[in-house]
Design a protein around this ligand. Structure first.
Ligand code: ADP
Length: 287
């Protein structure tokens, strides 16, 4: 099986996480927190996941300049994602997510999209006829539409976070990926185009539809749950990669389910993204 080439158009963020006893109410200051910073953003998470699962990955995105850009791109660079399409904008900030977490794991998140919101259709230069294109909705929809028009290989969209999109996008995509909340937002519109729709159900697994009819279902693998951050992003990358490899639908769904199960067994988003060898070893153990 030759290595599939994927192009991912999406967000790059730096997650700044303060873990405290409790979350503040409006106007309150909570002290005594501990701080950590991690690279994030759905686009970057999915690019890194696809790379670790064995694809050649090119990313198209925008960041600011300076240390936040370097920190946000560090793992993508380390693992060999092609970042030549990630523009550094001197007048913009790298996207930042300010995350407060309390001791029960409840969180409050404020996202400052910064440079992500300025990504433009002119940035979407898709080179080399990739086997698949994967987008999410943390960058302007016009960029997702530009990627659709590039028309190379399997065109997949993770409709997250849910928001209004042109009907044409829902109808023309080869694969739409949604969780339960997003599925409720888009309703029957998801199935209008007759393509594939993958619905993720957290610990209940995932279902794949084609033209509105269920074609495959995967139960979630029973694993010790440490942190579900990154599970959805891993699922998207793994499913697109497996379909781009030409795997049959049920097998592709099972691969995505196994990869995302491994992502919940470790803390954090990018640090928890599994490698292909880990997924293959895990699947062998299940037999
Ligand atoms: P999102 O984070 O986007 O809401 P989900 O919570 O639906 O996505 O999770 C995506 C996929 O990750 C699921 O379809 C499942 O395969 C896997 N997954 C999520 N939670 C668990 C869990 N507790 N145990 C095993 N697999 C899980």
């Amino acid at each position: 099986m030759s290595t599939p080439a994927l192009t991912i158009i999406g967000s790059v963020n730096l997650d700044l996480v303060a873990s405290a006893e409790k979350l503040p109410v409006a106007g309150e200051t909570v002290t005594g927190a501990t701080f950590a910073q991690h690279p994030g953003g759905k686009g970057a998470n999915q690019a890194l996941a696809a790379r670790r699962l064995g694809a050649e990955v090119s990313m198209i995105a925008r960041t600011g300049e300076g240390p936040n850009r370097d920190a946000a791109l560090a793992l993508l660079r380390q693992d060999g994602v092609d970042l030549s399409g990630v523009v550094a904008c001197p007048d913009e900030q790298t996207g930042v997510a300010l995350i407060a977490v309390d001791k029960a794991g409840e969180n409050q998140i404020v996202v400052a999209s910064g440079a992500n919101a300025t990504l433009s259709p002119e940035d979407v230069n898709i080179e080399g006829h990739p086997d698949a294109i994967l987008c999410q909705l943390e960058v302007p929809t016009a960029c997702v539409m530009a990627a659709l028009r590039a028309g190379s290989g399997l065109f997949a969209v993770n409709l997250a976070p849910a928001g209004p999109v042109p009907i044409e996008l829902l109808e023309a995509a080869d694969l739409l990926i949604v969780n339960e909340g997003e599925a409720a937002f888009y309703g029957e519109g998801l199935h209008r185009g007759g393509g594939m729709v993958a619905l993720t159900l957290g610990a209940e697994g995932a279902v794949l539809y084609r033209a509105g009819k269920e074609v495959a279902r995967a139960a979630a693998f029973a694993v010790p749950v440490i942190d579900t951050t990154g599970a959805g992003d891993t699922f998207c990358a793994a499913l697109v990669l497996a379909l781009a490899e030409g795997r049959e639908e049920g097998e592709a769904l099972c691969f995505a389910s196994a990869a995302s199960a491994l992502a919940v067994t470790k803390a954090g988003a990018q640090p928890s993204l599994p490698w292909r060898e880990d997924v293959e070893a895990f699947l062998r153990e299940q037999d």
